[in-house]
Design a protein around this ligand. Structure first.
Ligand code: IMP
Ligand code: MG
Length: 186
């Protein structure tokens, strides 16, 4: 296993997610309809729902594929799993682990709007603004981070490190290889 350096520890994550929950409540009077992006946003969604006193089981979900034809530059995103619930008239709050190029969220927002959502907000735990390729509006950001490949708290590197309770940076060439690999992360 390559070494992982802690970037954001557990207590800092927990405190910031509580802040985001409070901000989400303040932002609009409508109750949020949370919808997480599988797989990586699970821990974020669980903690945020808990802070909002919502049942984490009631959190809807979507699954996206990244870059179906195998080249990151093509940027083709597909919806592999649609939300299960009825979005019509709801204040849909998308919960994402990290916004990188912006392609996934730029793709998802109009699709959820097309399902009849009254509004679609994107709340992401992490944001790497320096990597943005597509302009996308973010309604809530937990932490802005530099252009480093991060793992833990739901984020993986080839299926590993998802269960770490903190967000960390993988040292060494392995992270660079992962970034070069098409469709890495989900
Ligand atoms: P996008 O480039 O903004 O469309 O982000 C697509 C997805 O890539 C994110 O939702 C993550 O699942 C994944 N991703 C981007 N950066 C990282 C990272 O540093 N670690 C793990 N996954 C990442
Ligand atoms: Mg994601």
């Amino acid at each position: 296993m390559p070494p992982v350096r802690v970037l954001i520890d557990e207590a800092t994550l927990a405190a910031r997610i509580r802040d985001l929950a409070a901000e989400l409540r303040r932002r609009a009077p409508e109750p949020p309809y949370p919808c997480m992006v599988l797989e990586g946003a699970r821990p974020f969604a669980r903690e945020l729902c808990r802070a909002l006193a919502l049942d984490p089981e009631a959190c809807d979900r979507v699954r996206l594929s990244s870059y179906a034809d195998g080249t990151e530059s093509s940027g083709k995103v597909r919806l592999l799993e649609a939300p299960r619930g009825d979005l019509r008239g709801r204040r849909v709050v998308v919960l994402e682990d990290i916004v990188d190029t912006g392609r996934s969220m730029a793709f998802l927002r109009p699709r959820l709007e097309a399902l009849g959502a009254a509004s679609v907000e994107v709340w992401t735990l992490l944001d790497k603004p320096s990597r943005r390729v597509v302009d996308v509006r973010l309604d809530g950001v937990g932490f802005e981070i530099p252009d480093r490949f991060v793992v833990g708290f739901g984020l993986d590197l080839g299926g590993r490190f998802r269960d770490l309770p903190y967000v960390g940076v993988v040292d060494g060439g392995e992270a660079a290889a992962a970034l070069a690999r098409p469709g890495a992360g989900a």
